[in-house]
Design a protein around this ligand. Sequence first.
Ligand code: CTP
Ligand code: MG
Length: 222
Amino acid sequence: MRTIAIVPAAGSGKRLGLKVKKPFVPLGGKPLVSHAIRAFESTKEIDGIIIAAEPVLTGRFRVLVKRCGFRKVIAVVAGGRTRFESVGKCLAKVPASAEVVLIHDGARPFPEKRLISGAVKAARRYGACVTAVPETDTVKLVDTKGLFVRKTLDRRVIYRAQTPQAFSFTLLKKAYAKAAKAATDDSSLVEALGKKVKVLEGSCRNIKVTTREDLRIARALL
Ligand code: CTP
Ligand code: MG
């Protein structure tokens, strides 16, 4: 097991605000989270998959894994209160033989093969890789209350981070052990160690389903 994919899929899905739990919301007739897992199942670079699920949903996840015939899933772990905690709990289950760990949000149903393979390759070469898309809007830095503009940023150097993100296992373990506070993305923990993170251009299709509008977009992208 040289390359492991961690899929954080816990959390409350508060912004989506549906009765059905976010990972199980239907998308193209299948649970939302199954799309991401399937992408890793069918990517040859990935040897094993570890999923973080809401503690009450771990049983349902195991049934899903069986029903979908996913063979690479080596663990379904109970997630924590934050994404950071959920990934941390998955990291504890990564086999010692792992060299590269890739992390991808269960809420992003469309990770392209190019991004999965590319991120793994870049992690082998540079130690860390984040997929990110160049910003197309003009970005304003505003005051903490969001009332007035402080500054307009140079768009050419603004990229929006996505997942997959991939890292050398040793480096990622260190980043998590030394994390000063919970982060919403894994790359930032590696950056905090002063390590360089390679940018791999992501994809506009690789959206994160956060709101109902995103779900509509995801359904249109199918
Ligand atoms: N996540 C997780 N554990 C948590 C919180 C989030 O594994 N405690 C995962 C989510 O399943 C998702 C990714 O991290 O794949 C990004 O989180 P987000 O889109 O914010 O999902 P939720 O936290 O569920 O949604 P919300 O913030 O609207 O409640
Ligand atoms: Mg959240």
